[in-house]
Write a protein that binds this ligand. Structure first.
Ligand SMILES: *Cc1c(COP(=O)(O)O)cnc(C)c1O
Length: 807
């Protein structure tokens, strides 16, 4: 289309929306109204594009992937969609006719925070790549009324406020009243013999209606559009018509709650399992509505389920949607009369599974009784699955009852979702090389012995168009000048930037761009009343707060530096700002204590005018996708310091790297592959390796011996009891040394402490030599080429799902 035509279409779209929804002209619109009009215009363009794309998928009889995930951390959509549609200039021009700035409209949009952290953000990045590369795909999740809580810090303590993203965010939701499904909970099962054999009947159940709301995610410079289908629950039968007819309004209205509770709020714990009834209902609600939808769509197109696994791949992101395995079995057997063996074959050929964690406390183990009560038919199928599965193992490994017990799906009245996911799928992947090896050697060692061909690795990636091109326009411009813009669709080309590693002009440009980004970030923080000096070095740890991620280790090191500076005020150091951003799960006490420690340490330093010129600690409130988009381009040193073996991959590490930050980290998750990509000389690695951690742990780790034998550690830890800013941190002291929560220092901060100090000193030495630093930064940007989500998705498509791009 001609540019003028495009602009006409956009102008008409916007004025029509303003007139229809608000009865006003563009000249009369507020920024918020204009934002909504633009969003709705973009949505219309995307809906039309998706309709065309869908037609093509249908015509080609393409195999499709359905990506099931309890979380999608979408963030904002207007900027991403306008950018990916290539309509930025057109929108800017049209808006300027009415004196509006596109940049200002972006700020009107609330983040869609329908996820906790890395897992949900990965799912969102994957939607972007699937659309861009024109894969036939669809995402499924829940339309939570409230996303991840908003964090407010009061006197150092985290408070949680509801995240009210609706109604503001619903301009992106396209309701599909024509595609509702019924989901059944509770009740009882009766088996009846008929002429067709044994029939299962589900009686006295509670029924909830699932209503889909579609979100469109544009591909970049492509015909592809991904659909993210979000389910909302609606009560159907509880409305008490009798009371209503008899004029008892109060009574009739009252019941209308339990169904709508299902999509009320996202569970805010990251990497931690809680066996709550409502959460189980959420999981089954997602799974049942999605699978019914998938089966219906397949039947509509092909009229048979015989070719189901040929045309459908269902992916479960972590074990949260694992119930799709028994749910598919139920539909095949109870509704379409397949035998157990036929159904089981079809299901396993269809389902694939990504594991996201090896932390024991994160593995889902549901009470068998709870599943039986809430989902009686599903429980019956799981039980049968378990019996047949264990029987087949028993035949293969006679007498090895220990192994069969370890692999069993139900044990001690608990349903082990990871085992169910492995038994019911054809492919299982980890999310970094190290993590996938740990899965094979440890978590799923028995399964790997039985079916080694099932296990593989796909290292995570990020949507580099969002995390580089959209959030760092200056760096993007420099890249365009140096290597052309092919890297936007073909991330491998980013590697070409390596050629410039000794080009002084380019290296100085890099330094300037980083500085400008730091200034912009400091200005943004200034508006929130937070002072940051852009001349200081930005050292950043931004991620969920978790013991294994070791924000505490970072804090301990800063305390040590602070004490050194108090002893020796003339010590030469480059001014540094230590930035933290992290939400703690609301019930995670020790994590909230760590936030409090960081905040009070920050306050104490801030009170000392000389100290704060040298080091400053800043806790950034309410970490979310939008903040990350501002923070990543401003980061110089990226803290990725999890205890080796615990972080499955990390993606924050990739976002910072691609924006030119150097990584200071442990040999954990994807840090190992980042090291491979840039070389040992272009990264700051420290600490124990995963095998060392395991060995030390088995020997019996005693944190107190570090306290007694290392004066530096003793001084820092003692300072915790004395406290900061008038607040003592006895609990953290006890956590480290005494072990109130089990064993002392369970994530071995003290064991890695000395090495961590040393590597920071190395980093500061290099920082003095800005040219060298910039060179390392350039090599990191170029090396990020392999961490694009596009690459991850190609690997999933080829090796796991067996799908192809449309063209
Ligand atoms: C990328 C991202 C994460 C994941 O960060 P990790 O460092 O990999 O844990 C979490 N939250 C937000 C908002 C993100 O953008």
């Amino acid at each position: 289309m001609e540019v003028t035509e495009l602009k006409d279409e956009i102008r008409n779209g916007i004025t029509n929306k303003l007139s229809r929804h608000y009865g006003i002209s563009a000249e009369e619109a507020t920024t918020s109204q204009m934002y909504k009009a633009c969003a709705r215009t973009v949505l219309d363009i995307l809906l039309e594009k998706r309709a065309k794309f869908n037609k093509q998928i249908k015509r080609n009889h393409s195999k499709k992937v359905y990506y099931l995930c309890m979380e999608f951390l979408v963030g904002r959509s207007l900027k991403n969609n306008v950018y990916n549609l290539g309509l930025k200039d057109e929108f800017e021009d049209v808006l300027s006719e009415w004196d509006f700035k596109l940049e200002d409209l972006y700020e009107e949009e609330p983040d869609a925070g329908l996820g906790n952290g890395g897992l949900g953000r990965l799912a969102s990045c994957f939607m972007d790549s699937l659309a861009t590369m024109e894969y036939p795909a669809m995402g499924y999740s829940i339309c939570y009324e409230y996303g991840l809580f908003k964090q407010k810090i009061v006197d150092g303590w985290q408070m949680e406020l509801p995240d009210i993203w609706l109604p503001g965010g619903d301009v992106w939701l396209n309701k599909r009243n024509d595609l509702t499904f019924q989901v059944k909970f509770q009740g009882r099962i009766e088996e009846k013999w008929s002429d067709k054999g044994l029939k299962i009947e589900h009686l006295d159940y509670d029924e909830v209606e699932a209503v889909p709301f579609d979100m469109m995610i544009s591909g970049a410079d492509s015909e592809g559009v991904s659909v993210l289908r979000l389910w909302r629950a609606r009560d159907i039968k509880n409305f008490d018509m009798n009371s209503f007819a008899q004029g008892d309004y109060e009574r009739a209205m009252m019941e209308n709650t339990s169904a709508e509770l299902i999509n009320k709020v996202l569970y805010p714990s990251d990497n931690h399992f809680e066996g709550k009834t409502l959460r189980l209902r959420q999981q089954y609600f997602l799974v049942s509505a999605s699978v019914q939808n998938i089966v219906r769509e397949h039947l509509n197109q092909y009229g048979t389920l015989a070719n189901f696994s040929e045309k459908v791949a269902i992916h479960i992101n972590d074990t949260h949607p694992t119930l799709c395995i028994p749910e598919l079995m139920r539909i095949f057997m109870d509704e379409h009369n397949y035998t157990w063996d036929e159904a089981y074959k079809m299901v396993t050929e269809t389902v694939t599974y990504t594991n996201h964690t090896v932390l024991a406390e994160a593995l889902e183990k549901w009470s068998a009784g709870l599943i039986q009560q809430q989902l009686p038919r599903i429980y019956g199928i799981i039980k049968e699955l378990n019996e047949r599965f264990c029987h087949s193992l028993w035949l293969k490994y006679p007498g090895n009852w220990e192994m069969v017990e370890r692999m069993s799906i139900i044990s001690h009245n608990q349903v082990r979702m990871a085992n169910l996911a492995v038994a019911g799928s054809n492919c299982v992947n980890g999310v970094s090389k190290l993590h996938s090896e740990i899965l094979k050697d440890d978590v799923f060692a028995d399964f790997n012995r039985v079916n080694p061909e099932k296990f593989t690795n796909v290292t995570n990636g990020i949507a580099h168009r969002r995390w580089l091109c959209q959030s760092n326009p200056e760096l993007t411009e420099l890249l365009d000048e140096c290597i052309g813009d092919a890297y936007k669709k073909d991330a491998k080309r980013l590697g070409d930037f390596r050629r410039y590693h000794s080009n002084k002009a380019v290296l100085q440009q890099l330094e300037k761009i980083k500085y400008n980004n730091k200034v912009r970030f400091a200005e943004l923080m200034d508006k929130k009343g937070v002072t940051i000096d852009p001349q200081s070095m930005f050292v950043v740890q931004a991620k969920r707060l978790h013991e294994y991620k070791r924000q505490l280790l970072n804090a301990l090191r800063i305390i040590s530096l602070y004490l050194d500076l108090k002893d020796n005020p003339n010590m030469e150091i480059a001014p540094q700002t230590f930035l933290f951003a992290a939400k703690a799960a609301p019930g995670y006490y020790i994590a909230k204590e760590v936030i409090k420690l960081i905040c009070h340490l920050s306050a104490e330093i801030e009170k000392d005018p000389i100290m704060r010129e040298k080091i400053r600690v800043v806790f950034l409130e309410n970490y979310c996708v939008t903040m990350a988009e501002h923070l990543m381009p401003a980061t110089e040193l990226s803290e990725q310091i999890s205890l080796a073996g615990k972080e499955a991959s990390g993606t924050g590490n990739m976002k910072m790297m691609i924006n030119g930050a150097l990584t200071l980290g442990t040999m954990d998750g994807a840090n190992v592959e980042i090291t491979e990509a840039v070389g040992r000389d272009n990264i700051f690695i420290f600490g124990m390796h995963a095998n060392e951690v395991e060995r030390r742990w088995k020997e019996g780790y005693a944190a107190s011996s570090y306290y007694h034998n290392n004066a530096k550690i003793r001084r820092v830890v003692d300072q915790l009891r004395i406290g900061f800013n008038g607040e003592s941190f006895e609990t953290i002291y006890r956590y480290l040394i005494v072990g109130e929560y089990g064993i002392g220092d369970p994530y071995m901060c003290l064991a890695d402490f000395e090495d961590y100090l040393k590597v920071h000193q190395n980093a500061m030495e290099v920082y003095k030599d800005q040219l060298k630093w910039n060179k390392m930064s350039l090599i990191n940007i170029a090396g990020a080429e392999r961490f694009a989500a596009d690459r991850s998705i190609e690997e999933y498509a080829d090796r796991i799902w067996g799908i192809s791009p449309l063209k």
